[in-house]
Ligand binder design. Structure first.
Ligand SMILES: Cc1cc2nc3c(=O)[nH]c(=O)nc-3n(C[C@H](O)[C@H](O)[C@H](O)COP(=O)(O)OP(=O)(O)OC[C@H]3O[C@@H](n4cnc5c(N)ncnc54)[C@H](O)[C@@H]3O)c2cc1C
Length: 608
């Protein structure tokens, strides 16, 4: 069983920076140490930016992956982001990848209080705070398009955070910022295992900078392959350490990365998500869809809900569901025509559901969950039950989401192209279609064709799923999706859609009215209601694709060929993060998920 390392019992455990304020500057209560000296910006430049030669790296146009140990209040990030923006001026065609790890994250209020002391960072800080979100621990991923910076912010202890990066070749760091508290007070960061992981995760020309000159830090870094220099320190510090990873004799390439041409098969939420992420990385993306219009499979339902059925354990699945949910919410929030941020309601209907609601309440996350008693449920929604409001998330119009995600200058879509297979040439991939001329010149291929993935992958479980649409008024008042054993979506064009059937045995994918009426009956029972309009029902039927172990599939299937699918019933919550992961594998930039999760969703895991 793949392992995801975490110092937290579940994704919703909270840990914030514990500080006391002296002269409006923070001092750590936990480590009895200050976060930075008075002249913090010069200090950061002197200790991290200069020894890591960021200016030279920007100018030579190579990818820059910063790895910071000790995020603190994010000041190093903000100073680096400003430095990158001011000096880059399109010299470097890549995004700046900034990966940071810290066990405790600051609140937005704490960050704002610090930035009061540094007004020149107010603008960049506001950009950061718009996307910064502490809904869950573990990895949060933020892309800042106006800055061309991608932040991978990992809330975990340093050792677990680094361990989670091991095993994925794309998790490689060029420039280390070692900024934990004083080594004598923070032994868990300054230890040999951390230096060893750093060494494994370093690119061959990696450098580091740190404020400390402690002997055991110097010895530890040397032991694991770093050349270390003790040089003049900043401010009141006499010395600091700087250095680089020792090279073997082979040539180190600083060549610019060539722009990639990527083919994507399908135009559902999986394909749209990976196309969106690959385009952000600067690739030229061409989508091939077999139908004559976008999202012709399950992603083409008239309306869909996000699915916040979280777990409260520390399994890879539990972290994946939380992380992907909040990540997709952030992406959809940028597409307000297609996404309605309403929150979601769960109502009690059986012992399992009751226990789940209780588990969520026991997390004590009032910022995310609110218990709704019977009286309030009746008053607000007209329903006879108690339940739980999940405050973040909402519902969406799937085709519009897909269309808006791929509406980028470097994404092109070709309809009526039924993909058959690929052929690899010397350096490029050729795509073959059953009904069109072949297309060539692709560097990478991503297959996200829903049920058709069965041709290339084993372990898929395909069932039939149906939605029922009811015209007219209903005996409740819902402006948000409500879940029980099934779900009801807010009225769209005078139609209330309810979902959904799960039919393992099916003869064809035609709508089946008998199953529709059974769904209505079940929904009436679960929600204790009497749906109207059931004489004349609308129906939609589609394939639902899951996997043998109920986890999705996303990753490499052979060199330069990738797949995403088996998203089950939560495609709209999972796909954006999985797309981001696959795009990172292709771009050779840090992944948004741990290597344990990546292994758990590996597409070839069911191969004999
Ligand atoms: C009834 C029902 C209700 C659901 N409700 C929800 C919900 O509310 N919330 C939620 O999160 N999830 C829901 N789901 C699940 C969700 O719809 C899926 O997980 C998701 O849409 C799958 O997306 P996909 O991109 O992997 O596949 P698909 O949406 O199936 O997309 C695959 C695309 O590939 C194209 N294609 C196939 N073969 C080829 C080929 N050979 N060449 C080129 N193109 C090809 C297809 O035409 C299609 O456009 C529901 C599913 C069903 C069935």
């Amino acid at each position: 069983m793949p392992t995801h390392h975490s110092c937290f019992k579940n994704p919703f455990e909270v840990k914030r920076q514990d500080v006391i304020w002296k002269d409006n500057l923070p001092h750590s209560n936990t480590y009895q140490d200050r976060f930075f000296q008075d002249d913090a910006v010069s200090e950061i430049t002197n200790i991290f930016i200069e020894p890591n030669q960021l200016l030279e790296r920007i100018k030579n146009g190579s990818q820059i992956h910063v790895g910071e140990l000790g995020f603190g209040f994010g000041l190093n990030f903000l100073v680096t982001a400003k430095f990158w923006s001011e000096n880059n001026k399109n010299l470097n065609p890549n995004n700046l990848e900034y990966l940071a790890i810290d066990e405790a994250l600051p609140t937005k209020e704490q960050i704002l209080r610090i930035i009061d002391n540094f007004p020149e960072f107010e603008e960049i800080c506001n950009i950061f705070l718009k996307s910064y979100d502490v809904s869950h621990n573990d990895i949060q991923r933020i892309y800042f398009p106006s800055l061309r910076i991608r932040l991978t912010l990992i809330q975990n202890d340093i050792e677990s955070g680094l361990k989670n990066l091991l095993g994925l070749k794309n998790n490689q760091i060029d420039a280390w910022f070692l900024d934990g508290f004083d080594p004598s007070k923070n032994k868990s960061m300054w230890r040999n295992s951390v230096f060893q992981y750093m060494s494994i995760l370093s690119k061959r020309n990696a450098t580091f900078g740190t404020f400390t000159s402690a002997g055991f830090v110097k010895r530890g870094l040397k032991k694991f392959g770093f050349e270390v220099d003790k040089v003049k320190g900043f401010g009141k510090k006499r010395h600091k350490l700087i250095g680089k990873k020792l090279l073997d004799n082979t040539h180190v390439s600083t060549e610019r990365i060539q722009k990639k041409k990527i083919g994507v098969i399908g135009s559902g939420i999986a394909a749209s998500s990976v196309a969106y992420a690959a385009a952000q990385n600067g690739a030229d993306v061409e989508i091939f869809e077999s139908a004559g219009a976008i999202a012709a499979g399950a992603s083409g339902n008239p309306v869909a809900a996000m699915y916040p059925r979280f777990s409260t354990n520390d399994s890879p699945y539990s972290f994946l569901t939380a992380q992907s949910y909040f990540f997709s919410e952030k992406i959809y929030a940028q597409l307000p025509n297609a996404y309605k941020k309403t929150g979601l309601l769960f109502s009690h209907s059986n012992a399992y559901q009751e226990q789940w609601i209780e588990d969520m309440k026991n997390l004590n996350r009032e910022d995310l969950f609110e218990a709704i008693d019977k009286k309030k449920m009746k008053k607000l929604y007209g329903l006879e039950s108690h339940g739980l409001l999940v405050k973040k998330g909402g519902y969406l119009f799937p085709k519009l989401i897909c269309r808006e995600m791929i509406a980028r200058p470097n994404i092109k879509i070709s309809y009526n192209h039924c993909f058959d297979n690929w052929v690899k040439g010397k350096s490029k991939i050729e795509l073959q279609f059953t009904n069109q001329e072949k297309k060539s010149g692709f560097d990478d291929l991503i297959i996200a064709s829903g049920p058709s993935l069965e041709k290339y992958l084993s372990g898929l479980r395909i069932s039939k799923g149906q939605l029922v649409g009811l015209e007219g008024d209903q005996p409740f008042n819902l402006d948000l999706p409500i879940n029980s054993a099934g779900y009801i979506l807010p009225k769209l064009d005078e139609i209330t859609w309810i979902g959904s059937t799960h039919e393992k045995e099916f003869k064809n994918i035609d709508v089946c009215y008998e199953a529709g009426h059974e769904l209505i009956e079940r929904t009436n029972k679960n929600f204790n209601i009497n749906l109207s309009g059931s004489k004349n029902i609308l129906m939609k039927a589609n394939f639902r694709v899951g996997s043998k172990d109920r986890l999705p599939l996303a990753g490499k299937i052979e060199e330069n060929i990738y797949a995403i699918g088996a998203l089950g019933s939560r495609g709209f919550s999972l796909a954006p993060l999985l797309g981001e992961h696959v795009a990172s594998l292709i771009n050779n930039s840090p992944s948004p998920i741990s290597s344990g999760i990546s292994l758990a969703i590996e597409p070839l895991r069911f191969k004999d």
